[in-house]
Design a protein around this ligand. Sequence first.
Ligand SMILES: O=P(O)(O)OC[C@H]1O[C@H](OP(=O)(O)OP(=O)(O)O)[C@H](O)[C@@H]1O
Ligand SMILES: O=c1cc[nH]c(=O)[nH]1
Ligand SMILES: [Mg+2]
Length: 216
Amino acid sequence: MDVTVVDHPLAAARLTAMRDVLTEPGTFRAALRELTTMLVYEATRELPVERFDINTPVSPTQGVRVAAPPLLVPVLRAGLGMADSALGLLPESSMGFVGLARDEKTFEPRAYLESLPTDLTGRSVIVLDPMVATGGSLTHCCQLIADRGCTDMTVVCVLAAPEGLARLEASGLPLRLVTASIDERLNDRAFIVPGLGDAGDRQFGGMPRFAAGTES
Ligand SMILES: O=P(O)(O)OC[C@H]1O[C@H](OP(=O)(O)OP(=O)(O)O)[C@H](O)[C@@H]1O
Ligand SMILES: O=c1cc[nH]c(=O)[nH]1
Ligand SMILES: [Mg+2]
């Protein structure tokens, strides 16, 4: 699996704000939006382009546009905070949604939303989720996308744990990954160390995920 770590002072400064336990949710969300712009910029470096004729106020010339804008897939909840920045850079893209909540006892993802085109043959897809911890959520999401015929997936995340990268690699799925950091390890609650805590809660606040009585 091709892994790119974006090593840039401006990215590192946003990541530092996100890691800091004293950062308020509004500042955390702003840092995630800005960092996503940098990560998606890097992730789209090799996108195929097509040339077309335009006129400047002075003369005819040739312009460039993205030939086939990728489908964007934020993984709810935490990936929602990356969606607007990615769509800002790729305004012609369309968006699908996958909702996953990790079971904090088994650490396996529970799916609650799957809103994707039925056929992704020949399309490129960018998956947005700030965190790759055990890699279970991203493996599940990327498998859904591969099952629809996609052979060109890029995961854009903020932090990846070595354990999660190994699981994605072992899945054999056709993907590459762009991240701001590969952290040290997971702790015994499968949280990334040093990490930034729960990326969903830090943006949107903690809340019960399921109606009372449905939690296993
Ligand atoms: O690699 P994994 O071990 O699967 O963990 C990573 C997942 O955990 C977080 O979501 P979470 O399940 O907390 O849901 P949330 O976005 O609603 O907070 C994160 O956004 C990933 O989707
Ligand atoms: O560190 C972690 C692990 C899983 N999900 C998160 O939001 N953070
Ligand atoms: Mg969460």
